[in-house]
Write a protein of this length. Structure first.
Lengths: 130, 292
């Protein structure tokens, strides 16, 4: 759109404090989506070490799991994936035209559920590392 | 305060330094000056009298006046009373402080759709928004993602073009035989399109839509809602509905909507815009699905 001058934060993401639930859901869905796409490449890279033989694969995985940062990244990945799945289900209902008046509540619910599942997963991911 | 008053004061001083000669122009200016002083006094009294005053921060911009080309915010202090709307406050500021303050308004009862404004970071209808419900000071800006013509007035031409693009008029396939015979609609069907008929063309939804901001060809929530209003009207007939669906199922039609719900949140008439857009998406798919 042509602008005769710069309207500044009126038309930029500088207004993020005023975003509503639906907007946050959209932004988080995009964000988690891109992270999952990025992870897919890492995933393929790690899995393809198995073409070099079983020992190579085992060694790679053990090497990665030995790093504490990888354990924490895995927790982050789970959070991202769970949110993307839950919000995806929410969007499915939106597309079906079901419960559109509760779309903000379902977004908050998916956030809470994501948090709960992530916290519950911490012992599993960090088990043995700490 | 506003630039207008400063200008007035400057001219007052100039007039005072001139030698006392009674020309008609002088006399007129003297009367004017007196009246201005009186008005200022009245304003001060009103502000003193008022139990509460509210500060407005209003976006100002006028490309035709040299000193006002730079966008800026002017502050106006307005006496508050219970039931005061944003539009009331703006009218007060314009009438009392600065007659050059420009904004659209007409019916003052949320029917004409003239005064959609960006109030405290949200698209709202000025006449429908209570000052008491807002955080003070109240920040008033023109609608985002539209060109500003002057102060709070934006160029709505693009919005109207999109509205017209969906052919927003009743156009039935066949009319009843008798010349004066009524075209009846079932109560259920009327109920279905009821909310979509409430649109007042204020443009708040279009301004709030992130997709419409980035894609100038996108029809926008209001236009799609208009299409819904007629496509769902059973009196129009199947072939007309097909035609209408063909308009909204274009690349820049319903499929641009990414269900951010911004339009539904800001609609001053509480039209479930996202719901209507989603239903048209399903209708468009249904009309194109072929099982052979």
């Amino acid at each position: 759109m042509s602008q005769s001058y710069d309207r500044g934060t009126v038309e930029s993401f500088g207004r993020w404090r005023e975003f509503s639930a639906g907007m946050w859901a959209w932004i988080l869905h995009k964000f988690t989506g891109w992270i999952l796409v990025g992870y897919l490449f890492t995933h393929i890279a790690v899995l393809s070490t198995s073409t070099q033989g079983a020992e190579m694969y085992t060694a790679t995985l053990q090497g990665l799991e030995a790093l504490l940062i990888v354990r924490f990244l895995e927790i982050g990945l789970l959070a991202v994936a769970v949110f993307h799945i839950l919000n995806g289900i929410r969007l499915l209902f939106v597309d079906l035209g079901l419960g559109l008046t509760a779309q903000d509540k379902s977004f908050y619910a998916s956030l809470v559920l994501t948090a709960a599942i992530t916290v519950a997963s911490i012992p599993t991911f960090l088990g043995g590392a700490l | 305060m506003s630039t207008q008053i400063e200008e007035q004061r400057e001219t007052e001083e100039e007039v005072e330094t001139e030698p006392e000669q009674e020309s008609p122009g002088e006399r007129r200016r003297a009367v004017k000056r007196e009246r201005a002083a009186q008005r200022e006094q009245e304003v001060e009294d009103a502000l003193d009298e008022a139990e509460e005053t509210v500060e407005l921060k209003v976006f100002r911009y006028d490309p035709e006046v040299a000193d006002k080309e730079e966008p800026r915010f002017d502050s106006f202090t307005v006496p508050y009373h219970k039931g005061m709307t944003v539009l009331d406050a703006l009218i007060y500021a314009r009438d009392v402080y600065d007659s050059s303050l420009t904004f659209r308004h007409s019916c003052r009862q949320a029917v004409c759709g003239s005064d959609a404004l960006f109030v405290n970071g949200r698209q709202r209808l000025g006449c429908k928004t209570q000052m008491g419900d807002l955080e003070w000071p109240v920040r008033i800006e023109p609608l985002p993602h539209q060109d500003v013509v002057k102060d709070l007035v934006v160029d709505m031409e693009h919005f109207y073009e999109q509205m017209h693009a969906v052919e927003p008029y009743f156009d039935p396939d066949e009319t009843p035989d008798g010349e004066l015979e009524e075209q009846r609609q079932s109560p259920e069907n009327r109920e279905k399109i009821k909310l979509s008929t409430r649109c007042i063309w204020c443009g708040a939804c279009m301004s709030s839509c992130n997709i419409a901001a980035g894609d100038n060809k996108y029809l926008g929530p209001a236009a799609i809602n208009k299409a819904y209003r007629f496509a769902m009207d059973e009196r129009e007939g199947e072939s007309r509905k097909e035609e209408r669906l063909r308009i909204v199922e274009q690349e820049h039609g319903v499929w641009r909507c990414q269900t951010q719900f911004s339009c539904t949140e800001v609609c001053p008439k509480d039209i479930p815009l996202t719901e209507h857009i989603q239903e048209l998406k399903r209708e468009a798919i249904k009309s194109n699905l072929k099982f052979w």
